[in-house]
Design a protein. Structure first.
Length: 261
């Protein structure tokens, strides 16, 4: 899954693709570099970020999704927790909703996904939108993440969304200390009990810098730390990895797949 942030303030590439024409060009490049899914996001969820209005989010993402109609062979995922944004983007051609709240923030999201027979990524997070990154340590570690994702999954199934349309994401870096994120990565097989595909998003995240001995090198070039987490995720059982550096991670995964096949 290749990341396309059409935001001015994302932690890694904020402002680089906020112009719709540049975003479309980058989307086509992401596909050419080997992505299987394009994930378009209009609101940064980095630590310290503030929510934007629904209108502003729509202004950022909808023109890009509309402009990509008929241009991409790969599916478009819309990274949003707002049901109206999801509805408008699915109507414009997106096929997947990637929700950092696992439908917690907007009770209308499940029905929108069901009505459009869309795919859904349910990501584990804790707290409100404003407090995502201000959570206390996990009380029960990995067990808590699996249990809470399981509850979100059951809610989605009860809303009429097919299990085959659902992907679960343990939410690396969201409400988790660095050591907790590492523990989740070390134990991805625990999520197999949910009987859904698993997505892992570690790309360029700050926990990589915190577990790297040389902070300066990790901060200036997060590619190698990301590569280690991507490889570990796939070996551990992840089906989808969400990345910024598509070309490099595609090469890594192709070689890794050939070795472990």
């Amino acid at each position: 899954m290749g990341i396309l942030n059409v935001t001015p303030d994302s932690f890694s590439d904020g402002g680089e693709y906020s112009d719709p024409a540049k975003a479309v060009t980058r989307a086509l490049e992401i596909e050419a570099q080997g992505a299987d899914i394009l994930d378009v996001g209009g609101e940064s969820s980095r630590p310290g970020s503030a929510p934007i209005s629904e209108g502003e989010e729509l202004r950022r993402v909808l023109p890009v999704v509309e402009a990509l109609g008929g241009k991409l062979r790969i599916p478009i995922s819309i990274d949003t927790y707002r049901s109206e944004i999801a509805r408008r983007c699915l109507a414009a051609g997106a096929q997947v909703v990637n929700d950092i709240s696992a439908f917690r923030f907007d009770p209308g999201m499940a029905s929108v996904v069901r009505e459009h027979t869309a795919g859904a990524v349910l990501m584990h997070s804790r707290g409100s939108r404003e407090e995502l990154h201000m959570q206390p340590p996990l009380a029960h570690g990995l067990e808590q993440v699996v249990e809470e994702l399981g509850c979100a999954l059951q809610s989605a199934l009860s809303a009429g969304i097919a299990r085959s349309a659902i992907v679960v994401d343990p939410g690396i870096g969201f409400g988790k200390r660095a050591e907790e994120s590492v523990s989740v990565l070390r134990n991805l097989k625990a999520f197999s009990t949910l009987e859904c595909a698993v997505l892992v998003g570690t790309s360029r995240k700050s926990f990589i810098r915190r577990v790297t001995r040389s902070e300066s090198s990790a901060a200036s070039n997060p590619l190698w730390g990301t590569a280690a987490t991507v490889a570990a995720s796939v070996v551990g059982g992840a089906h989808i990895v969400r990345v910024h550096d598509v070309q490099e991670m595609r090469a890594l995964l192709d070689v890794l797949d050939a070795i472990i096949e």
